[in-house]
Design a protein around this ligand. Structure first.
Ligand code: HEC
Ligand code: HEC
Ligand code: HEC
Length: 436
């Protein structure tokens, strides 16, 4: 703005006081809008509230619950179907307590359980941005598919009372500013725990911060496993360097450790990659200090050396050779050579620059939670980065459930843990049926 003014030489003809005055007024609003937009990114509101790229924040995303699907709502400033009528107080209440403007309680699929930690200034900036920075879209909300009487919302008040610790994050005196910033971001807006903290019988997260047992210790979600990311060396990410965690969060990849696909890929694409380096560093600092939870692992997921390369022994041989069929391991090897080796190399080492990652020293290959490997083969990887697109094709139309089971089992034992129990065909079918 200021530059614009200078360029047109307006400075010369405008009374200086007026210019200074209007520039501050505009500057303040603009700051508030930018801050709100940044917080919306950090909190990844778009993840659940945008279904159609052309209508950002108009809602309509189906979210499965054990009782039936519920739908995210229109949070554009449209006065009739969106949140144009919300006052700042009402908006604060919905983020802190999960109570909508008309008084009905939200299902905790809306992560107000984490957003409650946001300080008033952040909620205010977010409010300004949603009211003034987002295009209004007229689109009615969809009723949930949960049948009566389960769709009654009053029990949510009890749930809230039992499980939600309402109120803004309170900094700890015994920790640095960076640690506190990280703790706030992780527990609050970036809501890592929504996916990474195991849930109890009532679907509540077992811990909402590092003082509770099991915080960030890993959880299954919709056919993926969100890994244990506590500071434990073997079960968590205690063995990753600070730079590796930083790189993973900012770009979705850390060479020799892991890559982000599925829901984590989306978190990187829509939210984490836009965050400032300082904020990501603060998250890393805090994660280092999240109490270790060990699941009995003797080695980190990424630690496995694999068995070297029997694939290179197979190379040049006819894969239909009778000697190599009939046994799953061998079928797996042939399937690997035919479908994967062009990018990941016959010995699984990937490309030197890591664009095609090594499958040796790779958490998705080395882990005993095989769902993520199955997902990646069935549905591929697609993630936008600050430097471009990351793409691995989906194999769901090329490979049968039996083939994926054989291939994944081969990849696990060859490049990961030689004693891995393999990937069950039935589970491949389930994941195939559950994903588009
Ligand atoms: C993980 C998914 C998810 C994320 C992320 C999410 N929401 Fe929601 N939100 C939902 C769902 C689902 C509902 C509807 C819940 C219900 O019907 O009980 C909802 C409802 C709401 C409502 C109530 C609107 C109404 O109908 O009156 C508001 C306001 C809202 N969200 C704002 C936000 C903001 C702001 C963010 C980011 C800071 C955000 N949401 C992030 C899932 C999400
Ligand atoms: C929407 C759900 C979701 C959210 C939110 C989320 N994660 Fe993840 N995360 C996952 C899933 C699923 C994986 C496994 C991804 C894969 O295998 O490609 C994962 C993987 C990771 C890994 C890699 C672990 C390994 O050993 O390979 C790290 C580190 C991580 N997440 C950190 C975070 C942090 C920090 C946050 C919050 C800033 C966060 N995640 C938020 C779902 C999520
Ligand atoms: C056209 C090249 C290409 C082919 C063919 C290919 N991949 Fe990939 N693969 C990639 C890329 C690119 C990534 C993502 C790297 C990233 O996330 O930074 C990837 C990632 C992976 C990952 C890590 C995913 C995660 O979430 O950590 C695994 C495991 C994997 N591929 C296995 C396979 C298997 C098995 C096959 C054969 C069915 C295969 N790939 C075929 C390019 C390919």
């Amino acid at each position: 703005m200021t530059q614009h003014v200078y360029r047109h030489g307006l400075l010369m003809i405008m009374p200086l006081a007026l210019l200074a005055g209007s520039a501050t007024a505009l500057g303040a609003d603009q700051d508030q809008l930018e801050r709100g937009a940044y917080i919306a990114r950090t909190a990844d509101c778009t993840a659940c509230h945008t279904t159609d790229e052309d209508k950002p924040f108009a809602g309509g995303l189906a979210m499965p619950t054990p009782m039936g699907d519920i739908y995210s709502t229109n949070i554009t400033p449209d006065p009739d179907t969106g949140i144009g009528g919300y006052s700042l107080e009402e908006f604060t209440r919905v983020l802190r307590e999960g109570v909508a403007r008309d008084g009905h309680r939200l299902y905790p699929a809306m992560p107000y359980t984490a957003y409650t930690k946001m300080p008033d200034e952040d909620i205010q900036a977010l409010y300004t941005w949603f009211q003034e920075g987002v295009e209004p879209v007229h689109q009615e909300n969809r009723e949930s598919d949960i049948p009566w009487p389960l769709n009654m919302r009053w029990p949510l008040a009890v749930w809230n009372w039992a499980f939600v610790d309402t109120g803004a994050y309170e900094p700890r005196d015994d920790k640095s500013d960076e640690w506190n910033r990280g703790a706030y971001l992780v527990q609050g807006p970036t809501h890592c725990g929504t996916c990474h903290t195991p849930r109890g019988l009532a679907m509540q997260e077992k811990a909402s911060d590092d003082t509770g047992k099991g915080f960030l210790s890993g959880a299954d979600l919709g056919g993926w496993h969100a890994f244990n990311i506590t500071s434990d060396h073997n079960s968590g990410i205690g063995g990753w360097s600070d730079d590796e965690v930083f790189s993973y969060l900012k770009t979705g990849a850390a060479h020799g450790k892991g890559q982000a696909a599925g829901p984590m890929g989306e978190a990187v694409e829509h939210s984490l990659r836009y965050m400032s380096d300082e904020d990501i560093r603060a998250i890393v600092t805090y994660l280092r200090d999240v109490p270790a939870v060990n699941d009995g692992d003797e080695m980190p997921r990424y630690g496995h050396e694999g068995q070297g390369s029997d694939a290179s022994r197979l190379r040049g041989q006819d894969s239909s050779d009778g000697q190599h069929t009939g046994e799953n391991a061998t079928d797996g090897a042939a399937l690997y050579l035919g479908n994967c080796a062009t990018c990941h190399q016959a010995d699984g080492s990937g490309s030197p620059d890591g664009y095609y990652p090594s499958l040796v020293h790779n958490s998705v290959v080395g882990t005993s939670h095989s769902d993520n490997l199955t997902q990646v083969i069935l549905n591929g990887v697609h993630r936008a980065n600050n430097d471009g697109e990351i793409f691995m094709p989906a194999f769901r139309d090329q490979l049968s459930d039996e083939q994926i089971s054989a291939l994944a089992s081969y990849v696990q034992t060859q490049f990961g843990d030689p004693d891995a129990k393999g990937v069950d065909v039935g589970r491949v079918k389930e994941i195939r049926d559950d994903t588009p």
